[in-house]
Design a protein around this ligand. Structure first.
Ligand code: CA
Length: 224
């Protein structure tokens, strides 16, 4: 699970990051709002921990900007204790949870687990649909009409990314990071191979859905 933490109190942020890493989360730290927004927009994180009072750009503006750009990564806002208006504004702007500072890391870990569970419930109840195809990420079955085909885990993850991107272009870099992780020597052609295998399966299903290559930018899912 990859976490982005945007917090300008460096000492505190480092201490929290250490605890998260011990608990097997991978953590990227950013200390100002602009850097935080840039990273958040990549869409590669599973959760963002976002402070409200930040240099260059405040947390609420970052959150609004992320949601406006279709980034639905769960966000936990860090609010100053007693500032109820921050909490309300935050939840109204699309935050999934909040934590008043100072907080105990055990509480943060509990919130992260709760968000993780919520995400799993969504997947359990949800088969992903796009155009005439349906993907079940748990069984790896891709269906179109009455035809069905089994995907590999990577193909399923790739298609899930494309579907969730909802007709927006996704770059090879993001696909590599999402499917293979940051510290990987996976090369661009790995992505090309998986895209080509997935295209073959979409053809076998005679689906209207296709994966278009956008030169220099990445891939996008199209229908019709
Ligand atoms: Ca702050």
């Amino acid at each position: 699970m990859r976490i982005l933490m945007v917090e300008d109190e460096k000492y505190m942020a480092e201490a929290v990051a250490q605890v998260l890493k011990k608990n097997h989360y991978s953590v990227d730290l950013k200390h100002n709002g602009e850097d935080g927004l840039d990273c958040g927009l990549s869409g590669i994180y599973d959760t963002i921990i976002l402070d409200i009072m930040l240099p260059k750009m405040d947390g609420i503006s970052i959150l609004k900007e992320l949601r406006k750009n279709g980034i639905e990564t769960p966000v936990i806002l860090l609010t100053a204790r007693g500032r109820t208006e921050d909490k309300v504004r935050g939840l109204d702007s699309g935050a999934d949870d909040y934590l008043a500072k100072p907080f105990h890391t055990d509480e943060l870990l509990a919130r992260l687990r709760a968000l993780g569970r919520r995400k799993t419930e969504l997947i359990n109840d949800g088969i992903l649909k796009y155009g005439d195809i349906e993907l079940n990420p748990l069984t790896l079955l891709l269906s179109c009409g009455n035809k069905e085909i089994k995907l590999t885990l990577k193909e399923s993850q790739l298609l899930e990314l494309l579907i969730k991107r909802n007709s927006m272009v996704i770059s090879k870099e993001i696909i590599i990071e999402k499917l293979w992780g940051y510290d990987t020597d996976t090369e661009d052609n790995h992505v090309e191979i998986h895209v080509s295998l997935l295209r073959k399966k979409l053809n076998q299903l005679e689906s209207d859905v296709s994966i278009r290559t956008i030169r220099g930018a990445g891939y996008v899912l199209k229908t019709g």
